[in-house]
Design a protein around this ligand. Structure first.
Ligand SMILES: Nc1ncnc2c1ncn2[C@@H]1O[C@H](COP(=O)(O)OP(=O)(O)O)[C@@H](O)[C@H]1O
Ligand SMILES: [Mg+2]
Length: 187
């Protein structure tokens, strides 16, 4: 049955304010807040291994979709830097009868650095290393959401070679179930 609950998909570079916005939505929208960094840092420290992050994200996405199908608002605080990631989650949401909402938090490099240094000083154990070079390297991967994505008007196809978004998502996030399993929440 379609759910009226909202699935907030937060998008932004480090220090853009995703987790702050997620906490705000937790209060104002009574949203279940699922943050990859909050799982990764206690589990793996500041190593940030990609192979583990993909699985952690898969688990949060899976829990998030189940919760929103059950009627809870959910906020996914993962980063979602690529258009394919966002398109896959938007497609899954539509397939599962829940409402996705992309929330983009832009940030300029100077503010990013300033906020990151302030956060590091306040909470040294809870953040990844801060450097201009590291932040610049992220720009090679980050795809800013288009206005059409944010308004919900855009529909993108999976990259060449993929039969569908569910298959693409299972490749991107190992352990994510197929959409048919996510529909029922059962094996
Ligand atoms: N709109 C804002 N204005 C000023 N500072 C902010 C704003 N949003 C977040 N911050 C601060 O910037 C730092 C990074 O925010 P955070 O939400 O942790 O970013 P992200 O989760 O995207 O890495 C935090 O110290 C936070 O308090
Ligand atoms: Mg964060």
């Amino acid at each position: 049955m379609p759910s009226k609950a909202l699935l907030f998909l937060l998008v932004g570079l480090p220090a853009s304010g995703k987790s702050t916005e997620a906490r705000r939505l937790e209060e104002t929208e009574r949203a279940l807040r699922l943050s990859s960094d909050e799982c990764m840092i206690p589990l793996f420290g500041r190593d940030d291994p990609d192979s583990k992050r993909n699985v952690v994200e898969a688990q949060l996405i899976s829990i998030g979709f189940r919760a929103v199908q059950l009627g809870l608002n959910v906020v996914l605080d993962l980063g979602l830097w690529s258009r394919d990631e966002r398109s896959a989650l938007v497609w899954l949401a539509e397939e599962l009868g829940v409402q996705p909402k992309i929330v983009y938090l832009p940030i300029d490099p100077a503010t990013q650095l300033e906020r990151s240094l302030r956060r590091l000083a306040k909470d040294p154990d809870q953040v990844y290393p801060v450097s201009v070079e590291r932040f610049e390297s992220f720009l090679d991967y980050f795809q800013e959401p288009t206005p059409e994505e944010i308004s919900g008007a855009a529909q993108y196809q999976p990259p060449p070679g993929w039969v569908g978004w569910s298959e693409w998502a299972m490749g991107r996030w190992p352990s994510l179930p197929h959409v048919d399993r996510m529909r029922t929440g059962r094996d």
